[in-house]
Design a protein around this ligand. Sequence first.
Ligand code: CIZ
Ligand code: SF4
Length: 365
Amino acid sequence: MSAPALALQDFALLDDTECEERIVAAKRKLGSRCVILGHHYQRDEVFRHADFTGDSLRLSREAAKSDAQYIVFCGVHFMAEVADILSRPEQVSILPDLAAGCSMADMANRQAVERCWRELTQVLDPEQTVTPVTYINSAADLKAFCGKHNGIVCTSSNARKILEWSFAQREKVLFFPDQHLGRNTGYRMDIPLDEMVTWDFTKPLGGLTKEQIRKARIILWKGFCSVHQMFRPEHIDRFLERHPDTRVIAHPECSFEVCQKAQYIGSTEYILKTIREAEPNTRWLVGTELNLVNRLAQEVKPEGKEIHFMSPTVCMCSTMFRTDPQHLLWVLENLAEGQVVNRIKVPESDARLARLALNRMLQVA
Ligand code: CIZ
Ligand code: SF4
């Protein structure tokens, strides 16, 4: 019989330097049995231990092709679910802090989406006319909903391609949970704003008229990211007054008004690539999560690139921040002792359907 799991409380008070050394030692002991995936929004002390870093799309691909027995996901809950769904049954997906969720993902749940689907039948036949599209920032049972109803998953890197695919299937899209990603992407595909309606899930028929629904090409769920909604168009105006030569780049989870003022709009991978490939001595105003922006600023400083954060206040993803070196160490030392803690396991009934929707995405994009 294996030893009992090491208790989290014995790790909580360790200082970061001790954690650092012990994480390196535990990783060495685990070798190829364990892979650590680190999302761009992770804090430095955790990010530096990742074997692979990236956005959720890149990391889910790494999870799908990894041979490691343990996949430790330094990110948020839905990402560890995707890793579990795409990996083989004998592989184990682990989230170091179970409280690392995503407030946007929590804005849509299966019950509310089922209700929406049912209510839409008052106006049209959703099975025939609507493709459900879920942003990867959503619970596994919503991905399963999309799998079941011939829908698909998207990320901020591939949203346009996925919408094009969706419109090739059926005339309308139900897009959840992030209204901004849906609206910003749709607008750049020349869909007029009045053909993208917002479904207020607290109201009957989403607070819409039947006519609005009939006319809509995209029905946008009224969810948003609490981090990206903090960037405001006036932040851009004020900065440009002082430095008119600035290039503005924003994540599509930012509001429509912010994205309208940005010359470049795209996912975290896109933001990194665009700025890395830009000419030296350029100045950038960046609207996405603070940890990523700070790291990027350091990285490109030697090329004379100046990176500024779009908001005067701190916009950090507090749930990504929850994964600290103490939790990572706790997980790794347990694994080194043969103990699995914080496993994320999606029930096979949901995983099977969610896999359908995820694999459709991986094939399309
Ligand atoms: O897809 C992701 O990883 C997220 C949450 C944002 C992005 O643009 O990479
Ligand atoms: Fe969710 Fe926003 Fe945090 Fe991304 S930044 S994980 S969308 S709360």
